[in-house]
Design a protein. Sequence first.
Length: 90
Amino acid sequence: MITWSELTDAEPRLLDLEKEVRAEAARADSDPTWSFSIYWSYTLRPAIKPLVGWERDTGAHPRLESEEAWHAAISYLIGLLPEEQGLMAS
């Protein structure tokens, strides 16, 4: 199984995305109108697609273009969000 550390070693832009997700998690905790579905659909998913998974924007690291990498990355990042907010991501 690929780890977050292995992912970020191969794709350092994931570290920037992690910072953004942590900032969003802080906002979500204090905003009763915050919606995981909206954040996932319009922000997080579009931001991660060029970095890992089938739609990655470069072939430099083929392991990053795998389903394993996609699931490892989204699992880690969704885990940073408030509990019970990220259960429906795919």
